[in-house]
Design a protein around this ligand. Structure first.
Ligand SMILES: O=P(O)(O)OC[C@@H](O)[C@@H](O)c1c[nH]c2ccccc12
Length: 261
């Protein structure tokens, strides 16, 4: 089993346990469940920065990145820095995140929030809504076309936007469908962890114009973003480059300032 298969196998077990502890009907009663959601796609189209800043404590590829953050403060600082949106890792076992992190971010900011998770079941969409997300991630590598279809339909019916993540042409073709709002090209191969911005560049021409394009992972320079913009990208998902510093919010602020000037 590769790491991605391991994460997903654990995820199915985690969901079964959670369903037995917290029924879906309880999630639907959350005060946050009936709120109006914010659009990341619109924020990206209208933004000069395009930065989606991520909160990530650790990862299978890097182990510890930053264990000392206050997610509410980081969220506030990312928003003040001019980020278009924020991505919050909610996987506990491999990324050290939680749904509480998402909730704390939601309590601190009004910018669009992405639940960064390995979503394989509609129950996780209800959780996303109940804990404050505006956007959900669907990873084509771990889903069938049928799953992408039903999960994206349900997400949209809950008012959640859909960011579909792909890493190659095959995944892209599997996932292109009307309920997908944004196409994220992950520069990191989730099976081997190798990172190359060439992945975003080569896949860009295959993505139809109606999808907002997001380049994900391994982005750490202004030049890289300027380059990716020429390939039609509107969004840039950055985690480690901010999180590995002592003050992720300040790092994001300095980065976005440089980008705009
Ligand atoms: O920390 P980076 O290299 O800037 O990457 C951020 C983000 O793209 C990455 O965390 C990510 C992209 N797709 C994922 C899927 C699951 C978990 C994490 C991810």
């Amino acid at each position: 089993m590769n790491i991605l298969e391991k994460i997903v196998a654990d995820k199915y077990k985690e969901i079964a346990l959670k369903k037995s502890l917290v029924p879906a009907s309880q999630l639907e009663q959350s005060v946050l469940f009936s709120r109006n959601t914010a659009s990341l796609a619109n924020a990206l189209k209208n933004s000069s920065s395009g930065i989606i800043a991520e909160h990530k404590r650790r990862s299978p590829s890097k182990q510890t990145i930053n264990q000392h953050t206050n997610v509410g403060q980081v969220a506030k600082a990312y928003e003040n820095a001019g980020a278009c949106g924020m991505s919050v890792l909610t996987d506990i076992k491999y990324f050290g995140g939680s749904l509480e992190d998402l909730l704390l971010a939601r309590a601190s900011v009004s910018m669009p929030l992405l639940r960064k998770e390995f979503i394989v079941d509609e129950y996780q969409l209800l959780e996303a809504k109940a804990f404050g997300a505006d956007i959900i991630l669907l990873i084509a590598a771990v889903l069938t076309r049928e799953q992408i279809k039903t999960l994206s339909e349900t997400a949209k019916s809950l008012g959640l936007e859909v960011l579909l993540e792909v890493h190659n042409q095959e995944e892209l073709h599997k996932g292109l469908m009307p309920n997908v709002d944004m196409l994220g090209v992950n520069n990191r191969n989730l099976k081997t962890f190798t990172v190359s911005l060439e992945t975003s560049k080569s896949l860009s021409k295959l993505i139809p114009a109606e999808f907002v394009k997001v380049s994900e992972s391994g982005i750490s320079s202004i030049d890289a973003i300027k380059d990716l913009k020429t390939y039609g990208y509107h969004g840039f998902l950055i985690g480690e480059n901010f999180m590995k510093t002592e003050n992720p919010g300040e790092s994001a602020k300095a980065f976005i300032h440089k980008l705009k000037n």
